[in-house]
Design a protein around this ligand. Structure first.
Ligand code: ZN
Length: 467
């Protein structure tokens, strides 16, 4: 009896001693960090102004395709906003960007037997060449993949319009995976078809929707084949075309587009910084892209990411947080059709010998933040995962391997900078993305501000604890 009492007393004493020690174990969340993360989210939800910034960007400036007046006005606006916020440094980085215009005319219609027509909902794919002014009329070959074009070969493809009709896979909960699984038809489909003598390309829009809203996006012409016109059909239009083809294999499609290429234009990335107090030469980057497609306001893609990047610096500033490292917001130009801003940024970072601790991109829409995708060492990933308990489960609930963004990819490729991409609830993104539906009214204030909060919290944790 006596012996076991002593044993119990020793055990209790040991437990009390462990608890009283002035440090916590590494794997326990630091209560100061939990408090700060909560303060960040409280701030954005009550006082955050990302939403008001987005209102201005969408409703006063509007579409911002590279080289357009809208893009130029967005650059001026971004610089002015950050200057008025009193960030420590605000400046522009010059970059030459491509300039493509949709033009006035976009027509696609099925030519019915007996002279009738069935007009389809269509948008030129960004970067496409025009048709002849009279349009293009040809028979249609429907395919499901680029490989199928090669299998059919010149005999079946030459002189025709190739119709890529592989659907967006509705089964993935992560809709980004379905987008990735279908987008080759838009990006590489036109040159693949041209290689076998096609005269034009139409695709089923790369979208999760069942409506008839066409979705544009970029294409990449290969240098060694003819540049042929390429357009995206609304999903219902694509289904009408495939049904019509089942009835009549030799029907003709009429396509008329007046888009055009203009000389490159001088444009800019917009940069704002809070200077680090201990390591001013070590940079934590957060960025989105300021350019957008021309058919709407680019509210989710990527007005949201642009205003969140500004909002992160604002939030830390308003909470009187003095960062140890320099925290830099970058509004990149030309992500959508060339990524020249991201490439120029990395090139300049190399010339200036800048050290980036981490680069974070927000380009997944202004929806509820769900997680982060991280391209970094396993040790860095493990350290970031140890911060998960600071976040409410309804915001950031996972940190996965693999992630970043098109604008920060060159930093990783050229200098091995770890990159992070904000992941959002993706269920609505591909209904909206690159279509006329990407407008301010499709963004909800709390969802947008939660994204700002998640980014600010991650940046605070990196700044304070290092990687
Ligand atoms: Zn984007």
């Amino acid at each position: 009896m006596k012996r076991s009492h002593t044993y119990l007393a020793l055990l209790l004493f040991g437990a009390v001693l462990l608890n009283a020690l002035p440090f916590h174990r590494d794997e326990d969340p630091d209560p100061d960090d939990t408090k700060m993360v909560k303060a960040i989210f409280d701030y954005v939800l009550v006082k955050g102004e990302s939403y008001q910034l987005l209102d201005h960007l969408c409703n006063q400036i509007g579409p911002r395709l590279s080289g357009s007046d809208g893009a130029a006005r967005a650059v001026e606006w971004g610089k002015k906003v950050m200057e008025e916020d009193g960030f420590d440094r605000v400046y522009l980085q010059e970059v030459m960007v491509p300039h493509w215009e949709r033009g006035g005319q976009e027509i696609a219609k099925i030519m019915l037997k007996g002279g009738g027509e069935d007009p389809l909902n269509v948008l030129a794919i960004g970067g496409s060449v025009a048709t002849d002014p009279d349009g293009l009329t040809a028979e249609v070959v429907e395919v499901q993949s680029l490989d199928e074009v090669a299998e059919l070969g010149e005999e079946k493809i030459k002189g025709k319009i190739v119709f890529y009709n592989r659907a967006f896979d509705q089964r993935n909960i992560n809709t980004g995976a379905s987008y990735g699984g279908a987008v080759d038809q838009r990006v590489a489909g036109p040159s693949q078809a041209a290689k076998y003598g096609a005269l034009g390309v139409v695709i089923r829009s790369v979208s999760s929707s069942f409506d008839d809203e066409p979705h544009t996006g970029t294409l990449r012409y290969k240098d060694d084949v003819a540049r042929i016109p390429a357009a995206a059909l609304g999903v219902q239009s694509a289904m009408r075309l495939t049904a019509a083809l089942h009835k009549n294999r030799s029907l003709k499609l009429y396509l008329n587009m007046s888009c055009r290429w203009l000389p490159d234009v001088k444009s800019y990335n917009v940069v704002g910084e809070l200077t680090g107090s201990e390591h001013p030469d070590e940079i934590i980057l957060v960025g989105g892209h300021l350019d957008s497609w021309d058919v709407a306001q680019g509210a989710h893609d990527d007005g949201a990411g642009s205003v969140q990047s500004i909002g992160v610096l604002r939030t830390l500033q308003q909470l009187n947080y003095k960062p140890k490292h320099t925290i830099r917001a970058v509004l990149f130009m030309n992500e959508e059709n060339g990524s020249r801003g991201g490439k120029k940024y990395a090139e300049l970072a190399g010339k200036k010998n800048e050290k980036h601790i981490i680069a974070i991109e927000t380009d997944a829409g202004g929806f509820v933040p769900r997680g982060f995708g991280v391209t970094a060492s396993d040790a860095t990933l493990a350290k970031m995962r140890s911060w998960l308990p600071h976040f409410d489960i309804n915001t950031i609930s996972y940190i996965n391997k693999g992630g970043g963004g098109a604008d920060i990819r060159p930093l990783n490729a050229m200098y091995g900078v770890p990159t992070v991409g904000l992941r959002t609830d993706s269920q609505r993104y591909f209904y909206i993305h690159h279509s006329r539906l990407d407008v301010f009214s499709a963004v909800y204030r709390r969802e947008l501000e939660l994204g700002t909060g998640a980014l600010a919290a991650l940046i605070y944790l990196v700044d304070k604890n290092g990687l």
